[in-house]
Design a protein around this ligand. Sequence first.
Ligand code: AP5
Length: 224
Amino acid sequence: MVPVYGARWGTRGRLLSRKFLFLGPPAAGKGTQAALIASELGIAHISTGDMLRDQVARRTELGRTIETMLAAGELVPDDLVVSLLPDRLAREDAVPGFVLDGFPRTQSQAVSLETLLGEDGLDRVVALVVPEEEIVRRITGRRSCAEGHVYHVSGLPPKVAGVCDIDGLSLFQRSDDTEDVVRNRLAVYLASTAPLMERYSAILVKVDGIGSVEDIKARILAVV
Ligand code: AP5
């Protein structure tokens, strides 16, 4: 049996994939934690926000269609987001499992995910709980690089201001990270995405998203 870090083996040597979904309002820390947990468990971090921003940055046809939706904090139509998933889930890094970050965001996307995953559904849904005033503080201070590495100007600053520690790329503020747009993103989250908690109630764990990044990571590792 080939050792795979973070993977679990079932009976008869079958590799069991580990599939998690991180839910939560904008800037709850989903991306920060999904990257850490995925790295710790040796599984893929799949962020539809990053995938959509990559389409915009590369000026693809999809990117040009969705650019204004992202900037306004509106959801991209379900069929467009869902179309990105099959290829991403089929990549080798997702074989031992994955953390979904930002997908599904609507009931219709949840149905599509169930179809994609078949009988092996999600193992656990982690909902990060963060109050609104902290969300606004985190969003307005967030800086990201083009590869999706995330910092906060005061809470999680890079070693050199404006430069990503990991790849040396310049850091920028996302077009949807203004206070006005975040209010809209929050409203969209409450109307379309928060109701998914009911759908996943049997496998849902709420985790306090306030505290140090390391403390929150430990809380999540204790429940996944
Ligand atoms: P997406 O990128 O998924 O945005 P989001 O869900 O609003 O989440 P964020 O990326 O804003 O925040 P996060 O929870 O990942 O927090 P982070 O770790 O960065 O989606 C963007 C847009 O794409 C959507 O609005 C929509 O238009 C479109 N889209 C994406 N998926 C879609 C879908 N499925 N369907 C339709 N449309 C879709 O942390 C935030 C900040 O806080 C950072 O600065 C970080 O350093 C800091 N921070 C993190 N943890 C802590 C901590 N413990 N203490 C203090 N600061 C912290």
